[in-house]
Design a protein. Structure first.
Lengths: 115, 421
């Protein structure tokens, strides 16, 4: 089954880190991604730009309404994702708990709707 | 003709009794087997329900099958496959049909249906399932109780309970919660959740000591059945022994907990002769088996406490220091304020009521206790023993105001009225 791991964290945390800490954090994500690939579980992953770059779109009466800012304003923001393919929820949760993001934020695990 | 009519009736009775017997003994086993690969618990339940309907039509006509479980599985499989064929999502349906066929071939190779009830219970008690629905879910999918019976026991409307159960089953299926017995290193922690769910069901049943409410009375029996099942399927888990021993100790005293007039009888004043000795003996032997593993846990300690109380009241031997030590150990595991109250009462027996009161006084900052009846009743009891009658009266007043059960409320009022000024 495929699962999307959505990484939520307070994005202002990154800017408060020293350069050395940022490098360490980056290396941890690289190692995690590598481990997923080695296990044959990695399907895709990306880091997102901060919510200051977000724009929302909604069509009302056939007219697109475009607004500056994220869909929800919250203390922790969606900062990236991993799409993984594993046998079941336990395996997905186990990978989520190893993700560096679980240490400085929250990870939401959602099964992909299979068509 | 008359003979034949009688024999048809008899065959119907026989079929019905066999079906009831299989439902009672193997319902969860059949659901677990049917749903193990597809994880579609609701689909398995529906297919099995239809298979039972077919059985009641077929068995009186063609005779009861030698292996009714296998007959029901074959019928349920056909229903399930028909069900999936009817669905529009072809890929998914094809996968589920394949999974179901694979499972049946595996079952046909063995003469016995593999017992996957424990895996099903672990799925129901999975951390991804809402904690409040775990016990109801186990009761439904392993025992086949309906939402109305479960709802009435957990004081939730049948409709609301039904919705929660449907949602939980949907989550098992869609989120891919596996039916597996956890690996050794995770087993103890995950088993605790299953045991907690069984104990929650038992506690719901236990709050109806007169047995007037059929749904609740059944819950005690059903949860004992589940605890026995876990003990049988996981014979190396001392906490499972502990839970069953604890439940048996409680159940053994059922008749002694109320007078003939329905009045509450505290443990210390119960008629020992009304206790069920066979259950107590079984509980004691389970505890001995558990202790061989040298791995104490919450349920073993609670059962050991019950055992110590029973021993004292049966023999008159003063064992309060042992009881206090068991409460110490239990408190360090659970950190529960409820355990802390009982520990204070045990210490009051060993070192005097003043010592017990000092401990209760320290607990008074815990906001969880401000509205907890037994805390105030314990204070009242110890104040009364130290001759602080006004304080005792006030504490009883609060305890009475907090109690839900009218029988216990009357008991507290009686205690309060015996204070002499």
């Amino acid at each position: 089954m495929q699962y999307l791991l959505m990484l939520y964290a307070d994005e202002s945390g990154w800017g408060k880190m020293t350069k050395a800490e940022q490098e360490q954090g980056y290396a941890a994500y690289m190692a995690y991604t590598e481990a997923l690939k080695k296990a044959g579980a990695w399907v895709g992953s990306n880091r997102l730009q901060p919510i200051s770059t977000a724009t929302t779109v909604k069509n009302t009466n056939g007219k697109a309404q475009v607004l500056d800012g994220p869909y929800v304003d919250s203390k922790e923001q969606l900062g990236g994702y991993y799409l993984i393919d594993v046998p079941n929820l336990d395996a997905a949760l186990s990978w989520a708990s190893r993700c560096p993001g679980a240490g400085h934020g929250t990870i939401e695990v959602r099964p992909i709707w299979s068509m | 003709m008359q003979n034949q009519a009688v024999s048809v009736d008899e065959r119907e009775l026989q079929a019905r009794s066999m079906a009831e017997d299989v439902a009672r003994r193997s319902y969860g086993k059949l659901v677990a087997f049917l749903a193990a690969r597809t994880r579609d618990v609701a689909g398995a339940e529906d297919a099995l329900a239809e298979a039972f309907v077919s059985a009641l039509a077929d068995w009186p006509r063609n005779g009861c099958p030698a292996n009714p479980e296998a007959w029901l599985l074959t019928a349920a499989r056909r229903k399930a496959i028909d069900g999936y064929r009817g669905q529009q999502r072809h890929n998914e349906a094809a996968n589920e049909i394949k999974a179901m066929n694979d499972g049946l071939e595996a079952a046909e190779k063995h003469s016995q249906i593999p017992d996957q009830r424990l895996g099903l219970m672990f799925a129901c008690a999975h951390p991804a399932i809402d904690a409040a629905v775990r016990a109801p879910l186990i009761l439904q999918v392993v025992l086949g109780l309906d939402a109305a019976a479960i709802g009435s026991a957990f004081l939730v409307s049948p409709a609301a309970m039904g919705k929660r159960l449907v949602r939980a089953k949907e989550k098992i299926k869609q989120a891919g919660i596996p039916f597996v017995i956890p690996e050794r290193e995770e087993l103890a922690a995950k088993l605790d959740v299953v045991l907690d769910a069984i104990y929650a069901a038992f506690a719901e049943g236990w709050t109806d000591p007169t047995g007037g409410d059929v749904a609740r009375r059944d819950l005690t029996e059903e949860s004992l059945f589940l605890a026995r099942l876990v003990v049988e399927l996981l014979p190396n888990s001392p906490e499972a022994f502990g839970l069953l021993a604890l439940m048996l100790h409680a159940e053994a005293r059922k008749l002694a907990r109320r007078t003939a007039e329905g009045e509450f009888v505290p443990l210390a004043e119960q008629d020992v002769g009304l206790w069920d000795s066979a259950m107590i003996t079984e509980a004691e032997s389970l505890l001995r088996r558990a202790s061989k593993f040298q791995s104490p846990g919450r349920y073993q300690l609670e059962a050991a406490l019950q055992s110590a109380h029973v021993h004292r009241l049966r023999t008159g031997q003063w064992n309060w220091p042992d009881v206090a030590r068991l409460y110490d150990a239990l408190l360090s595991i659970t950190g529960s304020p409820v355990v802390a109250i009982n520990r204070a009462l045990a210490i009051a027996e060993v070192d005097g009521a003043e010592a017990g009161l000092r401990i209760l006084e320290k607990l008074s900052n815990d906001p969880r206790l401000a509205e907890y009846q037994p805390y105030w009743a314990a204070r009242a009891e110890l104040f009364a023993r130290t001759d602080k009658k006004e304080e005792a009266r006030k504490a009883y007043e609060i305890a009475i105001g907090l109690e839900k059960d009218p029988v216990v409320r009357r008991f507290l009022q009686k205690r309060q009225s015996t204070l002499e000024f």
